[in-house]
Design a protein around this ligand. Structure first.
Ligand SMILES: [Zn+2]
Length: 463
């Protein structure tokens, strides 16, 4: 018989430490503190949006409604209905009143009230509030250290599907045809879906926030899927250029965006780019690179990155390839040997940053980081705490606004997670931190003392 293992003393201590840390934690107060510090004017920005409602019947301010939506996301409350039940606590009402600054707030708004409002609000309003939040973050010195080569803010563009329908759901649905076999015959079935293109900003290694969103909508039936995403990317990038004219940007994206039109937009805005290179996308560049490298014309460095792999680069491949846009190309590879199975992992990129032996390693890390962020970012939003694929409303305007509220909530949540003592001290998971925040929102009364503490100490605590 197996001997029952005695628990080590250190395990008990950790458990006790965990209990103590959780008992001490007042997540909702921390969230208020962070919001005051980073986005002091958020309630005001929300109330300044063009209000679509009939002003003579208004009970709730716009900041009441949107902040409730933000808390719904941060606390991982999945449906509008469960929000109504879970948030029906005196503490929630009192805290929302403090957060929104609406002294007349006596009850939590109904889910229907929020949806009615979001069906009418222009999504451009919430996008504008997000822009104000992002700008105030960029101005803080807290995030300067994560800029690429000490200068460029990394912006990653990436698209994903959001909602899927069997029937045509609205005028803007994208359509795809699936071929299925039924009783030996090929049947073509149409399916409808919605898709978004996101521009994400890397603020710190663990903080990657939504900077801008382009909803990809049906243009007409003969525009291909790639063109559709590429056209959306052009609209998104042009808007970024207008809204952030002086921001030093390094644009990153997968091979779909390693295309002349994207590079040209970057050149016009004086942006840098790092794009994934695939021979199938940029064939002539790939051939030219191989030709130069084969003749010994590439620079090499070994022992790079955490896998201690090999790096290689050639600057200005566009000259050999006869292309207009600057194409400095580099690649990275390493080998793994797991249980006798040898495998080579290879990555390749195109950039308009001049490559040197000094910057090669940082450039490789940046290129690979994009891949990691794309894979984690949307997956976290789909399967993690927000569940962005959940349909809070069938109305297509409200759908967009719900999506934007999730992106705004995610900005606050990521900052909260990176400061949270529960994450730092006891390594609590994101999901548990989010459910614990819900507990705190429902149970803790935020006092006047907390509020004066918040306004006195936030700056000192966070800088
Ligand atoms: Zn639709």
């Amino acid at each position: 018989m197996k001997k029952k293992k005695m628990k080590k003393k250190s395990d008990w201590l950790t458990k006790e430490k965990k209990r103590r840390a959780k008992k001490k934690d007042r997540g909702i107060v921390d969230v208020m503190m962070l919001m005051r510090h980073f986005f002091k004017e958020l309630p005001q920005w929300l109330n300044e949006m063009a209000d679509p409602r009939n002003l003579s019947y208004i009970t709730y301010s716009q900041s009441d409604l949107v902040l409730m939506g933000i808390l719904k996301n941060m606390c991982a409350v999945k449906s509008m209905r469960s929000m109504e039940e879970t948030f029906n606590e005196q503490q929630c009402i009192d805290t929302l009143r403090l957060l929104s600054g609406d002294r007349g707030l006596m009850e939590m708004p109904h889910a229907d009230t929020l949806n009615y409002y979001l069906e009418r609000l222009s999504p451009a309003c919430l996008a504008d509030v997000r822009k104000k939040m992002v700008k105030s973050l960029i101005r803080k010195k807290s995030f300067y250290h994560s800029r690429l080569l000490g200068k460029y803010w990394r912006i990653i563009i990436d698209g994903t599907g959001l909602f899927y329908f069997r029937e045509k759901h609205c005028e803007n649905c994208l359509v795809t045809t699936i071929v299925r076999e039924e009783e030996g015959k090929e049947v073509k079935i149409k399916r409808y879906y919605h898709k978004v293109l996101e521009a994400k900003l890397v603020l710190a290694p663990g903080i990657i926030i939504s900077l801008d969103t382009e909803f990809i909508e049906n243009e007409n039936e003969d525009v291909s899927k790639n063109d559709c995403e590429m056209n959306a990317a052009k609209r998104l990038l042009d808007r970024l250029g207008k809204e952030y004219p002086r921001l030093p940007i390094c644009l990153q994206g997968d091979a779909l965006y390693a295309a002349e039109p994207v590079m040209e937009i970057c050149r016009n805005h004086k942006w840098r780019y790092i794009l994934t290179q695939k021979a199938t996308r940029q064939k002539i560049l790939a051939e030219s690179y191989e030709w130069i490298a084969g003749g010994g014309g590439a620079e090499r460095a070994e022992g790079l990155g955490k896998e201690k792999g090999m790096g290689e680069y050639v600057n200005h491949v566009e000259e050999t390839a006869g292309k207009k846009e600057e194409a400095n190309m580099y690649r990275y590879w390493y080998e793994t040997n797991e249980s006798g199975k040898k495998e080579t992992h290879e990555f390749q990129w195109i950039t308009n940053i001049e490559l040197t032996k000094r910057n090669l390693e940082e450039m490789i890390e940046a290129g690979r980081g994009r891949w990691k962020i794309e894979n984690e970012g949307f997956n976290n939003q789909k399967n993690g705490i927000y569940d962005i694929e959940h349909l809070n409303s069938r109305d297509s305007n409200a759908m967009k606004n719900h999506y934007l509220i999730t992106q705004i909530a995610d900005i606050v949540m990521q900052i909260y997670l990176s400061f949270s003592p529960l994450r730092k001290e006891i390594g609590q998971s994101i999901k548990n931190t989010s459910s614990w925040l819900l507990e705190s929102f429902r149970r803790h009364t935020v006092t006047d003392e907390d509020v004066s503490y918040i306004s006195r100490y936030t700056t000192v605590y966070l800088e």
